[in-house]
Design a protein around this ligand. Sequence first.
Ligand SMILES: [Zn+2]
Length: 417
Amino acid sequence: MIKSHLKRMFSYFSRIYYLGEEVKRLKDGRIRPQVETSTIAFIVLFAFICGLKSFNRLERWLENKKFKKLLPRRRKLPRIDTIRRSLSSFDIDSLNGMHEHIVKTAFRNKVFRKGTIDGLKVAAIDGVEVFESTKKSCERCLTRVDKQGITHYYHKAVVCATVGSDPHIVLGYEMLEPKKDCCDKDEGELSGSKRLIRKLYKQFHHFADVIVADALYCKATWIKEVLAIGMDAVVRVKDERLHIVKDALGLYRNREADREWEVEDGSRKRIVVRAWDEDGFEMAGMEETKVRFIRFLEEIYEGGNKELKEIWVVTTSKNIRVETVWKIIHKRWDIENDVFRQIKTQYHFDHCYVHSEVGTEAVVGFMIIAFNLSQLYFFRNIRGFREKRLLQIDIMEEIRDEMLLIKNWVNPIFDTT
Ligand SMILES: [Zn+2]
């Protein structure tokens, strides 16, 4: 018998994450709606999970009655305009509530019990652009002017996600806000990310042991914000003009490395890592707290070639082993490779589904929920998903095919009596 991923996935979502109840709680601002918000939410979520490419595709799916077998009998199906109207008036708080519920349940179910890197729970933070246009804009668009003087309108979010071992879960996001009357600049990534970690702390308390970020975040104000919520920061440093860099490199100049070890990366790549590691450096703007500065020198051997790479890291942690700090700084890329790239290639994150103040954020919110749920299904419900070398895209396609073939099935998402 062929196992049905569709049935199994939705029964998992309903049993463990109470998706039926959660979908029922969602609201939008349509007046006297003929189609229930829960129907629209289910369709949007399901479409993203199966790798929807555009709302034109979704319109065809609706016209061809592709969702009929997934919904209760006599349930009214929306037209694509109704979906657009619903998203553009969506109650973002209700959507965030659903996201929060899923992440809280994941924490409660001990998804990160063993930590994500050497026993530590590590989250990365980074910015990602949603889409851009030179023609259409809305009240919440950010703007930049290119060399030719053309204005580009875009939306951008800061995202926080777990990195290291699977599943990678997006803990939260914040949309960056456009310039207000009082100042002439759009909100920066740094200030958006402070807002984000404060919100995440309020929602989930100790959501990570360590937050890792790239060189943009090597600022005292940001590091203090991380310390204030009882977490440690691991941040890349690139600016050689900084005093702390000059101080540290000066100190390390005529000194043997403090640690040296070897890492096998696959069958062909070998890295010899040397680390110079010292605590007690002063950082501008961080008077009370001293930080640790680590210089990594990597000798990378691959297919007869040798390459040298130098990485500088600042961390507030006094006791994380230097080998672990090295892993953390490399695993920071998971947010780019395993989260952003995936939502871009499989969910078409940078495609403009709906362009409006609320609609754009609703699409981002639905995509992140779809991403988290599918990661939880792949890595928590399918035993040995990684070891079996199963591909997420194959399962998504299987599910899409199944929706037409499925018979005599009561979708547990709508069976919440
Ligand atoms: Zn806009």
